[in-house]
Design a protein around this ligand. Sequence first.
Ligand SMILES: *Cc1c(COP(=O)(O)O)cnc(C)c1O
Length: 232
Amino acid sequence: MSHILENIKEVEAKVAAAAQRSGRKREDILLLAVSKTQPVEVIRQAVTYGLSSLGENKVQEIMDKYEPMGEGVHWHLIGHLQTNKVKYIIDKVDMIHSVESLKLAEEIEKRGAARGIVMDVLVEVNIANEESKYGVAPENTEAFIRQLARMEHLRVRGLMTVAPFVENSEDNREYFCQMRQLQVDINAKKIDNVLMDVLSMGMTGDYEVAIEEGATIVRVGTGIFGERDYSK
Ligand SMILES: *Cc1c(COP(=O)(O)O)cnc(C)c1O
C-alpha cells in the first residue's frame, strides 16, 4: 500500500477525532492537501484517495499543474500573492487564503470584474505579531474587512493564519483561540457582503489543536505527502 494512503488514513482519523472532541461534524472541516513541491503523479494519488482540494503557495506551481491535473480538483492559493500575478490565477483557484493588503484586494476586484468572477477570499491575520509573517494585525482586521466588503467581485469568507512554528502544538492553542474569537466578533457585526464562515488554520504540526479551537480548513502538506524535497 502507498505511503500516501497510509498517511491520509492517519490524518483522516485524527481530523475526525478532533472534530468529535470539538462537537462538530467531520464534513464541516475541509482537509486541504498542501501539494507544493509535489509532482502531479504524486498529487493524483491523493486525489484518488479522496483529497480533491489542493493548496499551493506559488502561482507558478498552480499554473504548471493546472492543466495536467485537469477537472475535478479545487485549487486554493495559500501563500503570499503578488499583485502582478493575480491575473494568472483568477480563473483557476476557488479561494485565496492570503489577502492582507488593500492593493492586492483591489487587483482581485479588478481582475474578477473583467472575468465576471466573484472570488472567495480569506484575510490573513498575523495572530502572534511575528515580524517574519505576512498578515494584518488582529486589531486592524475588522477595519480591513470593511474596506473589502465594498468590492463586488470578491467575497470575504473568513480568516486565515499561519501560526508560529512550535515544537509543542499546545503552544499554539491560545493563538487559534484568539483567531476563533476574532471570527466570532467580526461575524457579530453582520457586515454586508461578508460571510465569516471559514477559519483556515492548522498545519501538519498542529491541525488537531486548530480543529479543537474551531478551524474549518486545515492545511496539511508533510502529514500527507511526507517531507518536501526543495532541490528539484
Ligand atoms: C506549506 C504550507 C502549509 C503546510 O505545511 P505542512 O507543515 O507541511 O503541513 C500550510 N500552510 C501554508 C501557508 C504553507 O505554505
